[in-house]
Design a protein around this ligand. Structure first.
Ligand code: NDP
Length: 455
């Protein structure tokens, strides 16, 4: 028991902050959390959850197209964007309520307002309802996340970020996306599936830098065959508003001299830690080049009672990683078990169409780190598509260290890839060998069985 108002004060009730609060309270700590914007954070409100709902919505385009191959005559398949967004918003509100209930049930006090550090043990909370007041805490956790970042080019005020994409009043006929990361690729697929003409503009030679090159190349082919225009190795120099109110109200001027007309342009050019005006500088908290809070393996920053987790630390910016960091932190602080964060062999998925998922090393990374590797691959037409005119091919790859036979990486592009790779992630994380994979009996007929029948 300390003389402070709380043992732990958490700034930010996103995936990481909420998990840390609940677990710390579960260990007996007196915990408060402040949230100024979204209960549940980016993931629940303007990230993973609504994104996946939109991916599901756009997937119906394929289902309707493929239905006739199975003898179905598709009924009326008109799409209503307003209905989808209203339903999505209702679900998000329900989840906000669940988060509130979880905090309440765990005995965590919730302040709905903006929190700022006055010194390493004092937090000032400002809210419309109750004005300003200060509280003290023994330990402080900063879990405020990140915010979309856009380059300062002329006309950038006409662009939207993913935040706004979730609340567009209507679907544009033509939609442009700038950026070749997770968000750009996912939204290109969503809007194309919902019937927009989509152009994705990326500055490098091939999008999704960091993923396996063969998988990325295959995704680019599949996206092009779905009618998405991919313009690589070019940049937008300026955005011009041509005619307000017109369906193609924007013209993007590219550095290769071309122009792209569209109704909306989504910038998905990365996110930046949301550290402004938190009082961190006054407390002496060290920040990196992007503004990220620098932390050690226990998520502790240079001020000993201040900790940070999630996107604000810019380590691996994924929801499950923030949750893992939160659990390690709660154990370290309140269970007497110093627990370093484990960022090795993290599975991840891009909810593109078709989806891509991976765990472990890419072929390129493995070639750099190991003397000799084996690459096993299979490219096939999924059984379901054989009765349709959809020519999509699934690609799977296993990367194996020839010396130890250990599976270093598993990669998949194709239907259900995230679900399949999640299962394989257990084996890869445990250090399974190719022989272990081969010893597992196949489930037939599935796409997943290809992973255990690679010869
Ligand atoms: P990413 O960092 O994934 O990608 C940013 C993209 O924008 C890259 O292609 C980058 O190019 C490009 N870019 C950066 N700056 C500029 C610029 N000035 N001009 C033109 N292009 C630029 O960011 P996202 O915004 O896509 O996503 C943010 C974070 O959210 C990611 O880190 C990801 O971890 C997380 N996320 C995870 C999801 C998931 O798990 N499924 C889904 C959505 C988001 P280059 O490659 O050349 O640097």
């Amino acid at each position: 028991m300390t003389n402070y108002d709380y043992d732990l004060f958490v700034i930010g009730a996103g995936s990481g902050g909420v998990r840390a609060s609940r677990m710390a309270a579960g260990y007996g700590a007196r915990v408060a959390v402040a949230e100024e914007r979204y209960l549940g954070g980016t993931c629940v409100n303007v990230g993973c959850v609504p994104k996946k709902l939109l991916v599901c919505a756009s997937g119906f385009a394929d289902h309707y197209r493929e239905a006739s191959g199975f003898g179905w005559t598709a009924a009326e398949s008109a799409f209503d964007w307003g209905q989808l967004i209203a339903n999505k918003n209702r679900e998000i509100e329900r989840l906000n309520g669940i988060y509130r209930g979880l905090l309440d049930g765990a005995g965590v006090e919730l302040f709905e307002g903006r929190a700022r550090l006055l010194d390493p043990h004092t937090v000032e909370i400002e809210s419309g309802g109750t004005g300003r007041h200060g509280v003290t805490a023994d330990q402080i956790l900063v879990a405020v996340g990140s915010w979309p970042e856009m380059p300062a080019i002329p006309g950038i005020e006409h662009a939207i970020s993913s935040n706004e994409a979730f609340y567009l009043e209507r679907l544009p006929e033509r939609f442009a996306v700038v950026g070749g990361g997770y968000i750009g690729v996912e939204f290109a697929g969503i809007f194309a599936g919902l019937g927009c003409d989509v152009t994705l503009i990326y500055r490098g030679p091939l999008f999704l830098r960091g993923f396996d090159e063969e998988i990325r190349t295959h995704l680019a082919e599949e996206m092009r065959s779905r009618g998405i225009e991919l313009r690589f190795e070019c940049q937008v120099e300026s955005i011009e508003e041509v005619t307000a109110g017109h369906s193609d109200r924007l013209r993007l001027h590219l550095d290769d001299g071309a122009a792209v007309e569209c109704g909306e342009v989504l910038y998905a050019t990365g996110r930046k830690p949301l550290v402004a005006d938190l009082g961190l500088e006054a407390c002496g908290v060290a920040l990196g080049e992007l503004g990220e809070i620098l932390v050690d393996e226990f998520s502790r920053c240079n001020v000993p009672n201040i900790w940070a987790i999630g996107d604000v630390t810019d380590r691996l910016n994924l929801t499950p990683v923030a949750i893992h960091e939160a659990m390690c932190l709660a154990r370290t602080l309140f269970a007497g078990e110093p627990t370093p964060v484990d960022h090795e062999t993290v599975a991840t998925a891009v909810f593109s169409q078709p989806p891509l998922a991976a765990v472990g090393l890419t072929e390129e990374e493995a070639r750099e780190r190991y003397d000799e590797i084996e690459v096993h691959r299979s490219r096939f037409r999924p059984l379901k598509l054989t009765l349709t005119d959809n020519q999509e091919r699934t690609l799977i790859k296993l990367i194996v260290d020839r010396t130890s036979d250990r599976v270093l990486g598993a990669h998949m592009l194709g239907a259900d890839a995230p679900e399949i790779i999640q299962g394989l992630a257990v084996a890869v994380k445990m250090g399974a060998t190719k022989k272990d994979f081969d010893a597992a009996m196949a489930i037939h007929p599935t796409s997943a069985e290809e992973f255990v029948t690679l010869r």
